[in-house]
Design a protein around this ligand. Structure first.
Ligand code: G6P
Length: 612
């Protein structure tokens, strides 16, 4: 939610900043802006995408070796040029970029207005810029100190970078709630919302912690303080990411690349964790908490969006295999509804980005009640990874497309391993059944690769249905979360209204919508409830609905009834989500492309939602 990049060093800042913004555009793309300091402090801003900003300013003299840049996902104030960042202070001596929300901005603004400040934008950010200026002037302190004092007055979340005309060698960066990472080069510094703009220049990074302020000076050591004025020693870590993972590699869109990466990303999630030769599975990151999980009253899974859907699959897995009661909660509901949480509860927070504000808040709440918190995150070193007691990374690699694909299948893979491990420890599964599932899990990457070959059928279906206004997705058991995820993918990137439903619930409402114009996607691979799903399909057909069915290879009954079928390889019922999701991702992708939608950056969405 908003991307931040900044640079200070001997190189020209503009190319580093603009390329960095392109890497961070998945975080927001309502407007973009850059401030360069080169004798004068110049701010360039534009509504729209980073390429719009680039088109607007590429003819100008953009020299300067220090600068800050921002790509925005609007919270306060509509997405226009005035509200775009960076924001100048009133005297135009200071410029600031911000990711997050300053909750008490209205009060701060009133106080500053009473002292003569006039605001150009309706953003909370401009308030902070002027607050810093006001403190710097009135208390006669340097920029570092002014930022630190100002942040003590701020309620809310922020990642900020500040520059000042009178100090052309200094960047001040600070964070609370929103991520910020500092790259330490040979003779320069980089600051960004995540490591992707930094990786091509240096692998040495420092992740700022909440309420930390960094003084980043040309040719000087990095200095970090808390906003309460305690000195901190910077902890330098090595990045493990590589650059090719951040590029499209010949695919038209990141989303398509990420869909096709799934055989490997699932393999990577399993690497070192699935040991069929030893007849066991392991998750090193949570090994110290296994006992806690085994004696837990219940597991509460908190997550948002696609990660919440993975959590639902987790519920089926944990209950089915390990016989542990599970509740799956939307983090945003959980945090505000005064939930009952016991010390014996284990909370599992699932998040691709590891930055989702609601999930973080849910973790803090559960932590304050004494529960044990485990994390399943994709982004190493992310806020959620650090806020949890322990956890496991999904290792799916960077996911750039806003609509989540490979992160989902990696999350489900990890939950499967976790459920299997607990089942083995608890003795709720026989050795032979355990081995059967384990071997099948190992074969999933190859089966995903096979499933990916269904393109011709999927494009045909996409062509047929690209202009409809509604879609219904149905599934039972393990396939119910798949139906939800399929519907979400379609909504997100093609802007067609879609609903996921448990197949049997259709008769309690959605059936009223079915007519000859309504496509109904049915995931019909279930063994236990196959006949029931067949009846659901009949109910749809009887009302002239058009059925697109996902079936197991060799199916004959559903094939006869459905208008279109997509075949997936046979597997264990609990592993079907890992296969059945793939054609649904592709269906939404092709429909979105045919409708001319921006697949990687769908309107109004952002990949990392660091605000409520
Ligand atoms: C946003 C993204 C979704 C994602 C959700 C949760 O809404 O657009 O794709 O599923 O956030 O994100 P997380 O990073 O916590 O998994």
């Amino acid at each position: 939610m908003c991307g931040i990049v900044a640079y200070v060093g001997p190189k020209q800042a503009y190319p580093i900043l603009i390329n960095g913004l392109k890497r961070l555009e998945y975080r927001g793309y309502d407007s973009a802006g850059i401030a360069l300091l080169n004798g004068s402090l110049n701010v360039y801003k534009s509504k729209g995408r980073v390429s719009d900003l680039e088109d607007l300013i590429h003819d100008l003299n953009l020299s300067g070796t220090i600068g800050i840049a921002h790509t925005r996902w609007a919270t306060h104030g509509e997405p226009n040029t005035v509200n775009a960042h960076p924001h100048y202070s009133q005297s135009k001596q200071i410029a600031l970029i911000h990711n997050g929300i300053i909750e008490n901005y209205a009060l701060l603004r009133q106080e500053l207005e009473a002292r003569g400040y006039v605001f150009e934008s309706s953003t909370d950010t401009e308030v902070l810029t002027n607050l810093i200026e006001d403190i710097k002037l009135n208390e006669e302190v340097d920029l570092f100190e002014a930022v630190r004092i100002a942040l003590n007055q701020v309620i809310g979340a922020y990642a900020i970078v500040v520059i000042s005309k009178d100090d052309p060698n200094t960047l001040i960066a600070a964070r609370k709630g929103s991520p910020l990472v500092i790259g330490i080069g040979k003779d320069d510094y980089y600051v960004a919302s995540d490591a992707t703009p930094i990786i091509e220049y240096t692998k040495n990074v420092v992740y700022l912690d909440d309420e930390e302020v960094a003084l980043i000076r040309r040719n000087n050591d990095l200095k970090i303080k808390t906003i309460r004025n305690h000195e901190k020693t910077p902890y330098v870590q090595k990045l493990e990411m590589n650059l090719t993972a951040l590029e499209k590699g010949g695919f038209e869109h990141f989303m398509l690349k990420e869909i096709y990466e799934q055989p490997n990303s699932i393999k990577d999630s399993m690497r070192g964790r699935v040991h069929s030769e030893l007849g066991t599975v392991s998750l090193g990151g949570i090994i110290d908490y296994e006992q806690k999980l085994l004696t837990a009253n219940r597991i509460i899974i908190v997550a948002c969006g696609t990660s919440w859907h993975a959590g639902l699959v987790g519920e089926y897995l944990f209950e089915d295999l390990a016989r542990i009661p599970v509740e799956v909660e939307y983090a945003s509901e959980f945090r505000y509804r005064n939930p009952v949480i016991y010390e014996q509860d284990v909370v599992i927070a699932i998040s691709q980005s590891g930055e989702t504000a609601d999930t973080l808040a849910a973790i803090e709440l559960a932590k304050s009640k004494g529960a044990t918190i485990l994390g399943i995150c994709n982004v190493v070193g992310s806020s959620i990874a650090r806020a949890t007691h322990a956890g496991s990374y999904t290792h799916a690699g960077p996911e750039i497309g806003v609509a989540s694909t490979k992160a989902f299948t990696a999350q489900v893979t990890l939950l499967t391993i976790m459920a299997l491990r607990l089942a083995q420890l608890k003795g709720t599964i026989s050795k032979s059944r355990f081995m059967q599932i384990l071997l099948e899990l190992e074969s999933i990457p190859d089966k995903v690769a096979e499933t990916l070959k269904t393109s011709h059928v999927v494009t045909k279906i996409a062509e047929q249905f690209k202009d409809v206004r509604n879609f219904l997705y149905l599934g039972r058991g393990y396939n119910f979360p798949v139906a939800l995820e399929g519907a979400l993918k379609l909504k997100e990137i093609s802007y067609i209204h879609a609903e996921g439903y448990p197949a049997a619930e259709m008769k309690h409402g959605p059936i009223a919508l079915i007519d000859a114009d309504m496509p109904v996607v049915v995931i019909a691979t279930n063994r236990g409830t196959y006949d029931k799903v067949v009846s659901n399909i009949q109910e749809v057909k009887a009302r002239k609905g058009r059925v697109i069915a996902i079936v197991t290879q060799g199916d004959t009954i559903v094939k006869e009834m459905a208008d279109y079928v997509i075949e997936i390889p046979e597997t264990e019922e609990m592993l079907v989500p890992l296969l059945a999701t793939i054609p649904l991702q592709k269906l939404s992708y092709h429909i979105a492309v045919m409708r001319g939608c921006n697949v990687d950056q769908p309107r109004n969405l952002a990949k990392s939602v660091t605000v409520e």
